[in-house]
Design a protein around this ligand. Structure first.
Ligand code: GAL
Length: 411
């Protein structure tokens, strides 16, 4: 190649490079997916976004949703918005939407027919305020699962329980074998998740709806909830000695056969998967604690703060569209352990636990999540109460009275 050819080849290369990058936009995306399974799942989003020529700048915030949400919200309120952010759709973003700080996605959603694709429709409703859509839902996650270690029950010499009653009955044997019956991270949201799951199992869906959705304080203070609080106090005994903080450390106690079980959301599934364990062989998952096969349809969704830059706006819309697209939905949810937001994709490769979840969804045995039913204020008050209840000897009756008072004041 002579010098003229080299110069023109170089020119062509520069032009190609520029053409490839001229619309490439860096988008900072905040989320709180930092456990092994979660990180593997969110990497699927980043990979798909980067493949469009844009760049996913990962803004993972360690801790939990409780740590991350205030940081995310204050950045948006304070005029330092990220390109996109995870939140649990429902009421967490209400204030930001009312302030006009989040992008209206209605046009994109209509163009792509999200209303016909997203299933159940409550997921999109939770993104909607005054008829406008403000988020792209990425999964249906559910809280009501009991994860059981086959190894721990083998060591204790008892069969793997098929429901919560059998689990409670087997707990003394686990203790005798020097094992932790119930693994529990010492954070209010985890203790509240366990409480909520026990509530649906003990009180049933109608009573739960009456309290969480209709804010009926009489039911919260009544005899059915008395049983719930007593069952929670019994579970508290089984969780004594479980001193870990993060939920995934508690899951790890189950994975390593040090604890019999953990009540945790479907995201625990991602941890078992990363550890190479097989559902039905190494562990069992019982939706609804094996009592009421019911799941809530909470979930994660991405919101897009209003920005001035046109290129960033375009990249935001591309990401929103990508997140609900079939391939990305499958790849992400298979790693996350959650269910996809669309019913029109092939999930035959899903494992035992995910198949159970899909069946419950198909049967329509679903309820809204706490994030959808209660304001963030009420949720925080309940989580604080649960943190105190689970880490002290607070009598069940006192906890019930405080709980009923929160429900009474809830909006
Ligand atoms: C939830 C989140 C889930 C999840 C879990 C634990 O708030 O929505 O997707 O993984 O926290 O980090």
């Amino acid at each position: 190649m002579n010098i003229r050819q080299s110069i023109s080849a170089l020119g062509a290369a520069v032009t190609v490079a520029l053409a490839g990058t001229s619309h490439a936009t860096e988008l900072e995306v905040t989320h709180w997916w930092t456990s092994g399974g979660e990180a593997a799942a969110v990497a699927e989003f980043a990979k798909a976004f980067d493949a469009t020529g844009h760049k996913w700048i990962d803004g993972a915030i360690a801790g939990s949703g409780g740590t991350a949400r205030p940081i995310i919200i204050s950045r948006i309120l304070g005029g330092d918005p990220m390109g996109a952010t995870q939140l649990n759709h429902g009421r967490q973003a209400e204030e930001l939407i009312e302030e006009g700080l989040l992008t209206d996605l209605t046009e994109l959603a209509e163009k792509e027919g999200w209303k016909d694709i997203v299933n159940p429709s409550s997921l999109l409703d939770a993104c909607t305020l005054d008829g406008r859509i403000y988020c792209a839902p990425v999964n249906i996650h559910s809280a009501q699962w009991l994860w059981l270690s086959h190894g721990a029950f083998k060591e204790a010499g008892v069969d793997v329980p098929k429901n919560w009653g059998e689990f409670v009955a087997a707990a003394p044997k686990l203790k005798e074998a020097g094992l932790q019956p119930l693994a529990m991270g010492q954070q209010g949201w985890q203790q509240n998740l366990a409480f909520g799951t026990i509530t649906v199992a003990v009180a049933g869906m109608d009573a739960w709806t009456e309290v969480a959705v209709n804010k009926n304080a009489e039911v919260a203070a009544g005899p059915v909830y008395k049983e719930v609080f007593e069952a929670a106090a019994a579970a508290r005994e089984l969780a004594k000695g479980s001193n870990v903080q993060d939920w995934n450390l508690a899951t790890n106690l189950v994975i390593t056969n040090k604890a019999g079980g953990q009540i945790m959301g479907d995201w625990a599934q991602g941890e078992f998967q990363v550890a190479g364990q097989v559902a039905g062989e190494d562990y069992t998952c019982l939706p609804g604690l094996g009592v009421n096969e019911i799941l809530d349809t909470g979930g994660d969704a991405f919101y897009f703060p209003v920005v001035k830059d046109e290129e960033t706006k375009k990249a935001q819309m591309e990401l929103a569209s990508l997140l609900v697209s079939p391939e990305v939905q499958v790849n992400f949810n298979l790693k996350k352990g959650s269910l996809p937001v669309r019913g029109d994709i092939d999930l035959s490769s899903a494992n035992d636990c995910m198949q159970k979840g899909l069946k419950i969804l198909a049967d329509g045995n679903v309820l809204p999540s706490g994030d959808m039913a209660l304001s963030p204020d009420s949720q925080t008050q309940i989580e604080d109460l649960m943190a105190e209840f689970w880490s002290t000897d607070m009598p069940a009756a006192d906890a019930q009275a405080s709980y009923a008072a929160i429900i009474e004041a809830a909006e």
